[in-house]
Design a protein around this ligand. Structure first.
Ligand SMILES: Cc1ncc(COP(=O)(O)O)c(C=O)c1O
Length: 333
């Protein structure tokens, strides 16, 4: 058991795979187990889940810099990105980073838009003449950071995927048109939680493609019959919730929102750059380290990592320690 930032985690030594799946705090895991136990006894009714959905929604907003009224809930990133893709004019020109995660890029291609891939660092310079730039704040494959200041200055509509960033990188993304993110990695929540924060103008142009009872102006009075009566705020875009997933997110996300973001950032990037220094590499300022090394020695040393784009990916979160760094260095020595 490890303690970090006031929470306890049943995370094994050498666990450096948060970029694939985060380990919940014991509080988050307990909340979900208790909810499953109540379900197994027939002790809960659907309205019980309204509060956790609202709590997690508001906390996601605080983490990325958006008010709760402009945050919609979903289950996956791709499903929420598909709303954005469906809201662009036919044949829109969408600029993406080569190698970005496909849940961010496929929905635009599947919709028939013209999707252009360029190297991550070229996005700001190439943004003009595009209807949208869609990019991950932190690249899944190797942890590289997008140049957000330059993208903002480019003045083109932007969709940011904060999945690999929210939870360790301090974010102030109120300038972006759309910000999407999922809970099951760095936000240490169950899979089945995702959110889409919209600027006021972006919300007005986002199609409520998954219109459902929960997206109604008053969910418990919009379960039957037309006319269509969707919420005026971002709830109009809601997918009806994966209940037990939001129970966990309602514990994890307010905790993240309450943390000293600079301290979390210093801890995670400090460990990652500490590993890089031990390997003779310059600092990169990312919690994700991508190495051109064979995975076998790490596996044998009990390091949990993942292989992405032919390289080993190691992710340092707030429950990671210097012992984890040393374990990797010993394995690669
Ligand atoms: C940047 C990024 N976006 C999204 C996802 C997950 O997508 P989805 O929620 O559609 O499964 C991942 C998972 O690795 C990711 O790295």
């Amino acid at each position: 058991m490890r303690t970090a930032f006031g929470e306890t985690f049943d995370v094994p030594p050498g666990y450096l795979n948060t970029a694939s799946v985060g380990v919940p705090s014991t509080s988050t895991a307990r909340a979900v187990s208790e909810a499953v136990a109540r379900w197994a006894r027939g002790a809960d009714a659907p309205p019980v889940f309204d509060e956790p959905v609202a709590v997690a929604r508001a906390a996601f907003g605080r983490i990325v810099g958006a008010p709760a009224e402009r945050v919609a809930i979903g289950a996956t990133v791709s499903q929420l990105v598909a709303l954005v893709a469906a809201s662009l004019p036919e044949g829109a020109r969408v600029l993406v980073a080569k190698g970005d995660f496909t849940s961010l890029t496929f929905p635009f291609a599947a919709r028939g838009h013209t999707v252009t891939e360029v190297p991550l660092d070229d996005l700001p310079a190439r943004a003009a003449d595009h209807d949208l730039v869609a990019v991950s704040v932190v690249q899944s494959a190797d942890g590289r950071l997008a140049d957000l200041a330059a993208l903002r200055a480019a003045g083109v509509p932007v969709l940011l995927d904060a999945t690999q960033a929210a939870g360790w990188l301090p974010l102030e993304l109120d300038w972006a048109d759309w910000v999407v993110g999922t809970g099951y990695k760095w936000l240490l929540s169950p899979r089945g939680t995702a959110w889409l924060a919209c600027s006021e103008a972006a919300l007005a142009r986002t199609a409520p493609l998954v219109a459902n009872w929960y997206a109604g102006d008053d969910p418990w009075t919009t379960v039957y019959d037309l006319p269509l009566r969707l919420a005026a705020d971002a709830r109009r875009l809601d997918l009806s919730p994966v209940w037990h997933a939001h129970v966990g997110a309602a514990v994890a996300l307010p905790w993240f929102a309450s943390l000293d973001r600079a301290a979390v950032h210093a801890h995670t990037t400090g460990l990652a750059d500490g590993l890089r220094a031990g390997l003779g590499l310059p600092p990169a300022g990312s919690a994700i380290v991508s190495l051109d090394v064979p995975p076998e020695p790490l596996l044998a040393a009990g390091v949990a990592a993942s292989t992405r784009a032919g390289r080993v990916r190691l992710a340092f979160h707030l429950y990671s320690t210097r012992d984890d760094v040393d374990r990797v260095l010993r394995a690669l020595a």
